[in-house]
Design a protein around this ligand. Structure first.
Ligand SMILES: [Ca+2]
Length: 516
């Protein structure tokens, strides 16, 4: 336990018995059920060859860093050939983008990651291809082309009313979903943009191609799993049952190749829409968690998140007991978390303390652990990681010109490592805490029976042999609260915490974890 790290911020916890006599509990790898996954945008992470573009060898050089942070897995945003900087419009499903390196580089990365017990999950974008994919180049040639059925086509007259229909959803602000290919009267369907034509899953031939791509990466290359982009859009919104059935089939095909394959899906919606996908996609991102966390912190509404999270978990449990709740506090599509929290460092630290002490399998978006900044457009929430001061930072990438994360606004990692109060050490301590306390990793979530002031977030985490009670003061003012009887042994604290009699005084955005 991290008693030495927290002693400087703890005042007068005289009645708490000391944790120092106890042996350090073992570090357990709880992935995939409850371990931590680190999301990397390769281009902005670490450059190994001096061309300014982050690359796979650059990631390999930083695997020890990922290990030090305490993450058990990495999710790579797209690494396949694609014309865009973000690479979500794939033109070759069985290759590595040349800017990122070679297939040999990637296989070497896998070997080195696995040596360190780090699993590798890659983005697989199969809702749509890029319009530059050879399948689409062929398909657009005409109705008789053998690849025509890989995409979704409609004769112009039959979709007249849809052509200019304005559709805005949570994950797309596209205003037009039917696009003109430039020849003939047929339009093609592209949910996001014209450059991303949707693949047609009514075509058995297309399905077989996709399963073969899955086999290639799992069997020939050796990845541990996939993050499935836009999983809700395989079929249009009025065909949810076909969507659920497709993912069940996809899972069965992938498990036949690799029984322990990890599949995490992006279904950007509320729990009622998300939950039915659990039968096909055993892990799903919890976007409600992200939004509710922000709302709770920004409105100082203590029980909003635990209540919501309990509701979600109970709802999922009703669908299947075997699911992985992939919790997030930010990702590559959201403004950086520190910006979302009013650039308040203490509130920011508390957000990660909440993420890491709640149930689920938390994801950390690269750079959050050093407090990177960024607002939309998307390029600016995907800025270069700061390894060291600019003059000394040989691995810093330069393909994206930073607007928000610069040496003037964010302390580079090298300096943060030496500061026990830094964001980096805060994240590292929290992950370590989670990986050494089974209640925090795999325990149930229990809401308290006691009433607390409105700005107090309180919950218990309970595993077979351990129970931890968690209290966060989301407010700006000091609040005095009592932990349940018998919970007098300190596990962790953040901010100003003071024990007075049988109560705890918690300062602004401070947190306390106690056990019996
Ligand atoms: Ca490079």
């Amino acid at each position: 336990m991290k008693t030495s790290k927290i002693s400087s911020v703890l005042i007068g916890l005289a009645l708490l018995s000391s944790c120092s006599e106890k042996p350090t509990p073992p570090v357990v790898n709880y992935w995939p059920q409850a371990g931590v996954t680190y999301e990397i945008f390769v281009q902005s992470f670490h450059d190994s060859d001096g061309d300014g573009i982050g690359d796979l060898n650059g990631v390999t050089e930083k695997l020890d860093y990922v290990k030090e942070l305490g993450a058990n897995a990495i999710w790579f945003m797209p690494i396949m050939p694609s014309p865009s900087y973000h690479k979500y419009d794939v033109t070759d499903y069985k290759a590595i983008h040349p800017d990122y390196g070679t297939m040999e580089d990637f296989k070497n990365l896998l070997v080195e990651a696995h040596k360190r017990d780090i699993r590798i999950v890659i983005d697989l974008i199969i809702n749509h291809s890029g319009s530059g994919h050879p399948w689409f180049e062929e398909a657009r040639k005409g109705r008789d082309n053998p690849y025509r059925e890989y995409y979704v086509w409609a004769q112009k007259d039959t979709i007249a009313e849809f052509i200019n229909k304005k559709v805005i959803t949570l994950d797309s602000d596209n205003i037009r979903q039917w696009h003109e290919p430039g020849n003939g009267d047929d339009f093609y369907y592209g949910f996001f943009i014209g450059g991303m034509p949707d693949l047609n899953y009514d075509s058995q031939k297309l399905r077989e191609e996709i399963y073969e791509i899955g086999r290639f990466w799992l069997e020939e290359v050796g990845v541990d799993g996939f993050r499935l982009d836009a999983a809700k859009h395989i079929f249009p919104d009025d065909r949810p049952l076909d969507n659920h059935a497709f993912w069940k089939e996809f899972r069965a095909k992938m498990e036949a190749i690799k029984p322990d394959v990890y599949l995490v899906g992006e279904v950007y919606d509320k729990k009622e829409i998300v939950a039915p996908y659990l039968t096909g996609l055993p892990a799903l991102f919890n976007f409600d968690f992200h939004y509710t966390l922000l709302e709770a912190l920004n409105t100082e509404n203590g029980m909003l998140l635990p209540t919501k999270q309990k509701e979600i978990l109970d709802f999922y449990q009703g669908i299947t007991p075997n699911f992985i709740d992939a919790t997030i506090s930010s990702n590559h599509d959201q403004p950086r978390l520190l910006n979302e929290l009013g650039s308040d460092p203490q509130r920011y630290k508390q957000a990660s303390a909440i993420l890491m002490t709640m149930p689920g399998a938390p994801y950390i978006y690269y750079g959050e652990e050093i407090g990177m900044l960024g607002l939309k457009p998307d390029e600016n929430i995907r800025e270069p990681f700061l390894w060291d001061e600019k003059e000394k930072d040989t691995g810093r990438t330069s393909r994206i010109e930073p607007v928000y994360t610069t040496d003037a606004t964010v302390t580079p990692l090298a300096a943060q490592k030496n500061d026990p109060e830094s964001y980096f050490n805060h994240y590292k301590n929290l992950i370590s805490l989670r990986n050494t306390n089974p209640a925090l990793a795999i325990g149930t979530l229990e809401l308290p029976e006691e009433e607390f002031p409105s700005e107090i977030m309180a919950y218990a985490r309970k595993s077979d042999n351990q129970e931890i009670f968690v209290i966060h003061n989301l407010g700006k003012k000091e609040v005095s609260v009592a932990a349940p009887e018998g919970f007098n042994q300190l596990v962790f604290s953040l901010g100003k915490v003071e024990q007075v009699g049988d109560k705890f005084k918690l300062g602004k955005n401070s947190s306390l974890l106690v056990t019996k």
